[in-house]
Design a protein around this ligand. Structure first.
Ligand SMILES: Cc1ncc(COP(=O)(O)O)c(C=O)c1O
Length: 460
């Protein structure tokens, strides 16, 4: 915190990369409501998930161990880009004329461009260990699809990606990158699956959604013995793998002799937010520290801020388990905003649970505010952020301006989850003035409630 300190980057040596993941389930004051079978409505056992996931990941999904060792082959690939830098946003601080100290953890240094490889590498490894030869997945923005395609290339697994149609059209080079890594890519909804064909029959111009793409990928895995499914967010084990981010940030802030008053992340399914925040939330739950923790979601898909907390299906065709989460309904198709990775109808059960318990907060800025934040960030810090990450920046700027107004010098830490080099069309549209804000209509919330499974009506 020394005032004369001019440090910008806090860099950890590879030898200080975390060797275990942090499992917040060990520190929860109230256990997480269990996932339920989509047909029977009964709590799921490990065997129910076996057609979709390798047993090692299923065991992580239900584990209550605080620390889970990162296998050496996973650490070996992590070392290609980890530890990622923690950067003091001195340029942004100056532009905002704020007394706040702003730090960001930069996950765009991974070869695929975001935090997503942190779990893709682990998932590919565990699948390979159990003899799986093919993986299917969905992708919204294309960051997750790129990450899994890359990880599959490293571990010699075939990869099929269902990419949400609107993103597929907006970002052809993301599809190209996945193909360079060796993956097969379909726009979703597609004619490849029953789920996709059913949607296209009703709406041939469907822009797609993560819920639909998940249904397609799950269907392929469930109907092929040699194929398993891989999810890029939402599930406990995915959030677990991301906790290398927050653990590193803690060590780096120690180098800076600082500690965050506010921790911020954007939330699509909740994985990068959790990756940064959970080690801090854990310290808070154990009574060792205190801070505010803020999730930032788009106003066009306001799951945490306007959805009910209820059991709902994870996907549109209701093939995936039901989980208790904040949700806008599994059939909700959000407006085609550019932050494609934030267009998910639900939210990670762990993130939902922590919001319900009052341990975290949530805000939902509009698209134009987030792009203004991203452009200001690029002009002051140089990095061009992913449209998803712009939400975290907008949250950090709001906090920094509050500090200015209140005349307090707080430390703000946010996750810059990825770069936006494949998102130039979004920035061109923004600069041309052709983007607009989408209000989420109240009737849609009512429709979402009406479409929830009956179990949630008993529960909520
Ligand atoms: C760069 C980036 N940030 C954030 C997200 C949102 O996902 P999550 O909430 O799981 O981190 C995505 C999803 O695709 C993404 O690509």
């Amino acid at each position: 915190m020394a005032t004369q300190d001019k440090t910008r980057k806090y860099v950890l040596p590879e030898s200080e990369m975390p060797s275990s993941w942090y499992n917040i389930a060990a520190d929860l004051p109230v256990p997480l409501p269990p996932p339920l079978h989509p047909v029977t409505g009964q709590p799921l056992g490990p065997d129910d998930l076996a057609p979709l996931f390798p047993m090692a990941l299923i065991m992580q999904e239900v584990s209550a161990e605080r620390e889970i060792e990162i296998p050496e082959p996973v650490q070996d690939v992590y070392r290609m880009y980890r530890p990622s830098p923690l950067i003091r946003a001195r340029g942004l601080e100056k532009a905002l004329d704020t007394p706040a100290r702003i730090y960001y953890k930069y996950e765009g240094v991974s070869p695929a461009g975001s935090h997503k490889p942190n779990t893709a590498i682990a998932q590919a490894f565990y699948n390979k260990e159990e003899g799986v030869t093919k993986l299917t997945t969905e992708t919204g923005a294309g960051q997750w699809g790129s990450a899994l395609s890359m990880a599959c290339a490293f571990f010699g697994i075939e990869c099929t990606v269902f990419m949400v149609r609107v993103s597929y059209d907006q970002k052809p080079y993301r599809g190209a990158l996945m193909r360079v890594y060796g993956a097969t890519v379909f726009p979703s909804p597609s004619m490849e699956t029953n789920a996709g064909r059913a949607i296209l029959e009703q709406d041939p111009d469907s822009p797609g959604s993560l819920g639909i793409a998940i249904s397609e990928a799950v269907e392929v895995a469930a109907t092929h013995d040699d194929t398993k499914y891989s999810l890029g967010s939402v599930l406990n084990h995915v959030l677990l793998h991301q906790t290398v981010i927050g653990q590193e940030a803690m060590a780096q802030l120690e180098m800076a002799d600082d500690y965050p008053d506010v921790v911020i992340g954007c939330t699509g399914g909740g994985s990068n937010f959790s990756g940064l925040a959970f080690p801090f939330v854990g310290a808070k739950l154990r009574g060792e520290a205190d801070m505010r923790v803020v999730a930032v979601e788009p106003a066009a898909c306001p799951t945490l801020t306007r959805g009910p907390y209820a059991y709902d299906y994870g996907d549109t065709a209701h093939l995936a388990p039901m989980v208790k989460m904040y949700t806008l309904g599994s059939t909700f198709v959000p407006a085609g905003i550019h932050a494609g990775g934030l267009r998910y109808h639900g939210m990670a059960p762990l993130v939902s649970h922590l919001l319900q318990l009052g341990e975290i907060e949530a805000i939902a800025p509009h698209q134009l505010e987030t792009f203004a934040a991203g452009v200001q960030f690029a002009r002051t810090e140089g990095i061009l952020p992913a449209p998803e990450s712009n939400h975290a920046i907008a949250g950090a700027i709001r906090e920094a301006l509050r500090c200015k107004e209140e005349g307090v010098s707080e430390a703000i830490l946010f996750n810059l989850s990825g770069h936006g080099h494949f998102d130039m069309q979004a920035y061109l549209d923004y600069m041309a003035g052709s983007l607009r804000d989408y209000e989420y209509p109240q009737e849609e919330i009512a429709a979402a409630l009406a479409g929830l499974p009956t179990i949630s009506l008993v529960e909520s």
